[in-house]
Design a protein around this ligand. Sequence first.
Ligand code: MSP
Length: 657
Amino acid sequence: MEKKTFYITTPIYYPSDKLHIGHCYTTVAADAMARFKRLTGYQVHFLTGTDEHGQKIERRALEAGKEPQEFVDEIVAWIKNLWKLLDISHDDFIRTTEKRHMQAVQKIFKKFYDQGDIYKAKYEGWYCTPCEAFWTERQLMEGKCPDCGRPVELVAEESYFFKMSKYVDRLVEHIETHPEFIQPVARKNEMINNFIKPGLEDLCVSRTTFKWGIPVPFDQDHVIYVWLDALSNYITALGYMSEDDSLLQTFWPANVQLIGKEIARFHTIYWPIFLMALGLELPEKVFGHGWLLLDDGKMSKSKGNVIDPIVLIERYSSDAIRYFLLREISFGADGHFSEEALVQRLNFDLANDLGNLLNRTLAMLKKYFGGRIPERGETGAEDEELLQAALALPQRLEQFMDELQLSSALAELWKFIGRANKYIDETAPWALKKAGQESRLQTVMYNLLESIRVISVLLLPFMPQTPKKIWQQLGIAEHKELHTWESLQTFGRLPAGVLTQPGEVLFPRLELTGEGGAPVRQATKKDKPQPAKQPQKTKEQKTKETETSGLISIDEFARVDLRVAEIKEAEKVEGADRLLKLIVDLGEEQRQVVAGIAQHYQPHELIGKRVLFVANLKPAKLRGIVSEGMLLAASDDEGNLTLVTTEAPIRAGSKVK
Ligand code: MSP
């Protein structure tokens, strides 16, 4: 049978500055898609690259006192390294300064000219250099660029123009008859209403006032407009207009062209028109995703280290960053980035949900079966739902991925992780052990391990490193046949008798107590020494730590303001199975806290309990709710948890020391 093909592209990045964490979204999302398709058996071609010409780059190079080529070479090397650190699995990386691209773009320009799509005239209008975009007087917003809000420059030069008007009707018809072409639908309406309906002007496609671009082959004073140059990368990388265009034959038209919403205009109006003029098919889908924003607005380099992807990867790992990006930006919408939000996601989803499932299961397996995967024994009423959910999961995820709902796909996977955690509570393996129900215990442990395997395989496209670590711990690293899509079609492939190898905690909990609010890992016994860069500590702190070899002084302990708190109100947090929102009384004041105890206590059971409470914890936001403080609770490896209460009644607010 012929292999199904899948061609996915990201925009090519401007190497004008180092990239920030927001930039990484497009590429990480495309990578997850590419990996998912490979997993499901497609022959995938995944393209990314850099957009190296234009006035913006020329100016930045000049400011840096470098030749443009030298300037971009350095940043491109940095970008390539970033993609390596983020486990981006592109099949090709195209640079617009490469010969293969430049030659083909010149041929494309010549073809347009020869067939009468391009004519020469005088251009007078506005230009936004950061966006490399032409604007008419009417399109400006308060005299500034309507896309980025920055000042525009008046340009008056002789230029070549592309006759957009010739193709606009065909474009509108295509958009109307192919609802999947521009996604999400909101972007389609925006394009039609804001740009096409008011009348699409012919596009200026050459410049003469600077040199850093691809020369017009028959008029060397002109360089080709950077967007015509850049957009062509999606086909020049496949060998269009070259001697070998076999990739083009195999992969064009693209299945998905992933872009940020601000460049939708170029990709859903100019790009399809250029393709029509070349006589090529249009891509199946152009998806304009939302932005990752900071609480105070758009990301920019001036926001410093917090948004430097390399710093973040070193601090949290590539898989953790990938997870956050893919989970935080939901279908077509914007998402928010802060280190607090990142740490919360990692603690809740990775450390608690996923990490605990693995750790609890392996710890119980060790205790009950010496760590060896048992045969399945007696089935029970709790099994059916888990098994059905596991079997349905691959197709459910595939559906979400085909709709580019990456965040929903992850949410679905996490729903199953929650299901598996609940299975532990429902079946209570410790009670089965106590009651001597060995055969049932075997089944429960087996089902949990197999569920973890299912999760690990489906996690592969999103977090490529984590599954390998899970397989290592499950003892199936060498069993390649258990890492496949096909292996998920039946439940029960995990071989009995294999010895598991519990190892390092995959996602240690982090807390936001480092200097300047930077998070640090909470050490656990099983934790390996932290190789990643820790937030800088003062000299004084370091000496203190060395002197006490990890022990804390009574003064340090006294910094924790421990109090007795009486629980006054408790309610479930909507959409979060584990959280309760509580109001506690500290004598002189009341506080709101969010506690991860919903699976252990019903809200009404808590009212009136006097618990131990950390009163001077930095406030944090959990699922959008402010939490000011923390209840103390004890928990064991078997999933039991109990709040720490006072032995005898004592006034709320009393100090604990
Ligand atoms: N060079 C053009 C694209 C040419 S494609 C033929 C360009 N480059 S870019 O470097 O500015 O942006 C690359 C990608 O990063 C775009 O998809 C853009 O939307 C994305 N992002 C930049 N900042 C972003 C966020 N803050 N959040 C999410 N994506 C963001 O545009």
